[in-house]
Ligand binder design. Sequence first.
Ligand code: PGA
Length: 254
Amino acid sequence: MRRTVIAGNWKMYKTIEESIELINGLKPLTSNLKPNVDVIVCPPFTSLAIASSLLKDSSIKLGAQNMSEHDEGAYTGEVSWKMLKSAGCEYVILGHSERRQYFGETNELINLKAKKGLANGLKPIICVGEKLEEREAGVTEQIVSAQIKGVLSGISSDDMKKVIIAYEPVWAIGTGKTATPLQAQQVHMHIRKLVGQLYSWNVAEGLVIQYGGSVKPDNAAELLAQDDIDGALVGGACLKADSFSSIIGSAPAR
Ligand code: PGA
């Protein structure tokens, strides 16, 4: 049975002081996780090291929000896999729609980053999702298929065990508009079938596919109850300990 993985993407929020406060608030609220549930927090780079030391005695795992495709070198402003690992990260979000939209990230670049992370012991949470005009034009599945094929190119079946896919319809991110559980389920099922064709049914069955886009305490349970929705990538609602822990609590016990 697949695990349910709830990740919080803090985006460009929280100073070091605010990060300490949020983590200290979250720890007591998440001390009794259901056995099938994993929780990941993804603070900004500047808070990773302190988050890692605060989380040592908890079951919350740590991820970053981005990573360079290079090992090291003259790449001003970039952060490497080695730096993320030494800061205590186990996961890294890659190809978030905000990275695609504002920083020009392409499927090819995201694929390079994913392979770099996998080769060096980081588990990527790779984001895909259609824009509003694409959904309205009825091409959601084609867009998502092209993204999946692009970002997974050259990744082995074995490495797929460490990959998480996050389906985040761009029109639902930060807008308060959530995909209905049925709309999300349909795309998740499509992704799982496609991964089955690209790899094997075994790989597809084991793949954790998170939903992201305005996940809140009041809609999380219904989304997480869908057969192919194996978790959530939460933005706005993860910035407060009580709303994030209430989403975590909505995960069905499996
Ligand atoms: P949101 O963000 O929950 O604020 O819509 C989700 C995300 O961007 O990962």
